[in-house]
Design a protein around this ligand. Structure first.
Ligand SMILES: CC(C)(COP(=O)(O)OP(=O)(O)OC[C@H]1O[C@@H](n2cnc3c(N)ncnc32)[C@H](O)[C@@H]1OP(=O)(O)O)[C@@H](O)C(=O)NCCC(=O)NCCS
Length: 147
């Protein structure tokens, strides 16, 4: 059973375990943070998904002062637990938070080569708007209008 809730300061050790379980394959696309400390320092809304006492999925919603109605988001699921719907559950929970906070849209970027993620977001209603240059290559800028 997946339990989704907000990340708390006391979850640091759990988060370290999750972070340390991820490999270079994931960090190739997931380099928004340099360390777990960066996650805790970021002024974002953070959710975790727990299964058997372990974090198996993490997601954030990050406000952008330049676009007050459009925060960005990111999700990372445990490598062993992918394609089991964890990403979908996290995305839906983040969208619910966004609606509650009165946001109108959600924005994100996904590397073009990160085909699984592009498919995932596409399936969830995110539309490709443009191509942007990011640290590890070209990425799609994707957006969804919240209903
Ligand atoms: C993107 C990510 C969060 C998806 O999480 P997930 O828990 O595996 O996703 P779900 O199981 O909810 O997938 C839902 C649907 O998205 C699509 N999808 C997800 N991963 C896919 C993949 N690797 N290849 C093709 N389609 C994929 C499928 O249509 C899937 O449905 P299906 O399994 O019934 O075919 C996960 O792959 C991940 O953590 N990737 C590394 C970090 C990252 O790239 N994050 C995105 C950039 S912020």
């Amino acid at each position: 059973m997946l339990k989704l809730r907000e990340l708390k300061e006391s979850d640091r050790a759990l988060m370290e375990n999750f972070w340390n379980s991820l490999t270079a394959d994931t960090f190739r696309w997931w380099h928004h943070y340099g360390s777990v400390d960066d996650i805790f320092h970021e002024k974002s809304h953070k959710l975790i998904g727990l299964q058997n006492g372990k974090i198996v999925v993490y997601g954030f919603l990050l406000p952008d002062d330049n676009f007050p109605s459009t925060p960005s988001l990111g999700i990372v699921a445990s490598e062993e637990e992918r394609r089991k719907g964890l990403g979908t559950k996290m995305l839906k929970a983040l969208e619910k938070v966004a609606r509650k906070k009165g946001y109108k849209n959600i924005f994100l970027t996904a590397y073009i080569e990160n085909k699984g993620a592009v498919r995932f977001y596409n399936k969830m209603g995110y539309e490709i708007r443009s191509v942007v240059k990011r640290r590890a290559g070209l990425a799609y800028s994707m957006k969804k209008k919240l209903k």
